[in-house]
Design a protein around this ligand. Structure first.
Ligand code: T5A
Length: 209
């Protein structure tokens, strides 16, 4: 049986995903695992081009449905080229965002019904789902303040607080409905405390797998 493990990192703006990704990677490597780090949207040549359109092409208007389908187009390529082969080679795939982000941003944020997202999820992913999702949770105002230090906001970062409150609520609802897979990390604390929480979850979930 494959020992591959699929771990995703999720959270709203300024939650600290990039900051903590390296910590998770190092933890896994110290535990003797081979790690494939990747991200969404992105991870492949096509995916990175789609990411550029989704995040940085301010001149392009798109409907919520087009936005969602572009996320899944990038994801389909990502699964075939990167994720599935790495899992088949018994690696740990550590992915910065995955389909929970589609439910949170295109579902909660843009208002696409979750059952419509689920249809595409099943079609594109088959039975592929993350084994573990670390949801870095921070109140919207605090997260936006952290993210606000960055110079040029992307297309999502220009949305208003209500949008990000819906995103956060959707993430938390998903965590409540799948508590075994989605572990909520209180990311409003200092970095040391955040990483202590992450290490405890990794210890519990990953150590023996
Ligand atoms: N998207 C994505 C969708 O809409 N649908 C989808 O299906 C998918 C896959 C992707 C965008 O695409 C959307 C969601 C996103 O808007 P992204 O690059 O993944 O973009 O998203 P960002 O939210 O911009 O992610 P980052 O990882 O770049 O930023 P974060 O999570 O905001 O984190 P980070 O680490 O850069 O931290 C921000 C600042 O906070 C500080 C850091 O030092 C940094 O300055 N910080 C802390 N400060 C104090 N205490 C802590 N505990 C701290 N943790 C971090």
């Amino acid at each position: 049986m494959s020992k591959g493990l699929f771990i995703t990192l999720e959270g709203g703006e300024g939650a600290g995903k990039s900051t903590n990704l390296a910590f998770v990677q190092q933890w896994l490597q110290r535990a003797g695992r081979e790690v494939q780090v990747t991200r969404e949207p992105g991870g492949t040549e096509l995916g990175e081009r789609v990411r550029e359109i989704l995040l940085h092409r301010r001149d392009l208007q798109m409907s919520p449905e087009s936005e969602m389908l572009l996320m899944f187009a990038a994801r389909a390529e990502h699964i075939v080229k990167i994720i599935a082969p790495a899992l088949a080679a018994d690696k740990v795939v550590l992915c910065d965002r995955f389909t929970d982000a589609t439910y949170a941003y295109q579902g909660g944020g843009r208002g696409i019904p979750p059952d419509r997202i689920a249809v595409i999820e099943d079609w594109v992913q088959g039975d592929l789902r993350p084994d573990l999702t670390l949801l870095l949770d921070v109140p919207v105002a605090a997260g936006r303040q952290r993210a606000g230090q960055r110079s040029e906001p992307d297309r999502f970062e220009r949305e208003n607080n209500e949008f990000f409150m819906r995103v956060r609520a959707t993430y938390l609802a998903r965590a409540a409905s799948e508590p075994g897979r989605v572990r909520v990390i209180d990311a409003s604390q200092g970095l040391e405390k955040v990483q202590r929480q992450i290490a405890m979850v990794l210890e519990e979930v990953v150590r023996d797998r």
